[in-house]
Design a protein around this ligand. Structure first.
Ligand code: KG4
Ligand code: ZN
Length: 335
């Protein structure tokens, strides 16, 4: 069974053809990052317009690369939320049109659940129960997946998302956009012990996160140095900031794994590309006798392969949508 997946929730126009939920025949990702760079962040209106321009050529490219035509498609899966509403609607409209014309089922996929699904696509031997840390530009969520695949949100950020914090700090430090990869690279050259920043909520018994205080701590640190006429040690600051984010995420993820007695931890979302996070979580997981999985870079950031793959599961469970379905900008991962 061939599923055409469409993802337009943020600033990547992505279309994929996935066979039987597991074999990625094509996964085209057209990033709009160049168009948003001058603004230092994603501009929703620009994103919607770019999706409109790109969606048809990207669909064609995905079909061509998979070596199939529209007539070979058995179902269409599309992200219905969460995300930027205008951006989501472009993908949903395209998916509806294709499903209608081909007279095939239409499946509406949860973007956050799909990020977790990216791990199963990468590692077919992976089985729940597991604990998932989902860290992206819009979300920081710790979730538990039971043996039947049911998802429970354990905690989330009370203010900024992890990627958002990386992007804001990078912009403040003049490191460009997107900030995550820039800070990650710089942090590798720095010494985190030289700039120790607060680990917000690390000792709290819940699984929530807070990142806005850390942002303020960085601003205060830089202002203090500037007022004293001292140079800002950028690499050490990047390393100190990254370590503060990573330490809390690792501590809470490990605690959740212990409480829920799972053997597997999965990492998902754009920030899962962070080398510091991967390394620290891997070390902690090894020490605790747990297995850590994370997808390749292509499956970490927004992509339509994860949408088509999860769409296959939804379809098998009879979960389809009709032509009246709407997108939901605030769709939660799970209650
Ligand atoms: O999952 P994603 O592609 O889009 C959303 O759904 O948000 O995540 C994008 C976010 C951006 O904030 C970006 O700065 C961050 O992921 N990111 C990183 C790294 N690569 C991307 N953050 C930290 N370290 C990285 N290496
Ligand atoms: Zn995402």
């Amino acid at each position: 069974m061939l599923i055409l997946g469409i993802e337009t929730s943020c600033d990547e126009t992505s279309v994929s053809v996935v066979e039987d939920g597991t074999v990625v025949r094509s996964n085209i990702i057209s990033s709009q990052v160049e168009f948003h760079r001058p603004y230092g962040g994603v501009v929703p209106e620009v994103a919607s317009r770019k999706h409109l321009e790109l969606i048809n050529p990207v669909i064609q490219e995905a079909l061509d690369l998979a070596g199939v035509g529209f007539a070979d498609i058995d179902a269409v899966a599309v992200t219905v939320g969460p995300g930027l509403i205008g951006a989501l609607l472009v993908g949903l409209a395209a998916a509806k049109a294709i499903a209608y014309v081909l007279n095939v089922p239409l499946v509406g996929v949860n973007h956050l659940e799909a990020h977790i699904k990216g791990n199963f696509l990468q590692n077919p031997l992976l089985r729940p129960p597991l604990v998932a840390l989902l860290v992206s530009g819009g979300h920081t969520i710790l979730a538990y997946m039971d043996e039947d695949g049911g998802i429970k949100t354990l905690g989330e950020t009370l203010d900024d998302a992890a990627g958002e914090a990386f992007d804001k700090i990078a912009r403040f430090l003049g490191l460009g956009y997107p900030g995550g990869p820039a800070i990650d690279k710089l942090a590798a050259e720095g010494d985190a012990s030289k700039v120790v920043l607060p680990r917000a909520m690390i000792d709290r018994p819940d699984y929530d996160f807070s990142l806005s205080g850390l942002k303020t701590a960085v601003l205060n640190y830089v202002t203090r140095l500037e007022e004293a006429g001292e140079a800002v040690p950028l690499a050490d600051l990047a390393a100190g900031f990254q370590a503060a984010v990573v330490d809390v995420q690792v501590a809470k993820t490990l605690r959740a794994a212990k409480e829920y007695k799972v053997k597997d931890i999965v990492l998902a979302g754009g920030v899962a590309a962070n080398a510091g996070l991967r390394a620290a979580l891997k070390t902690a997981a090894d020490e605790a006798g747990l297995t850590l999985s994370f997808p390749t870079l292509e499956l970490c950031t927004d992509n339509a392969a994860m949408i088509a793959s999860l769409g296959y599961d939804y379809l098998a469970a009879g979960k389809t949508i009709d032509m009246t379905a709407n997108a939901n900008a605030n769709l939660p991962l799970a209650q």
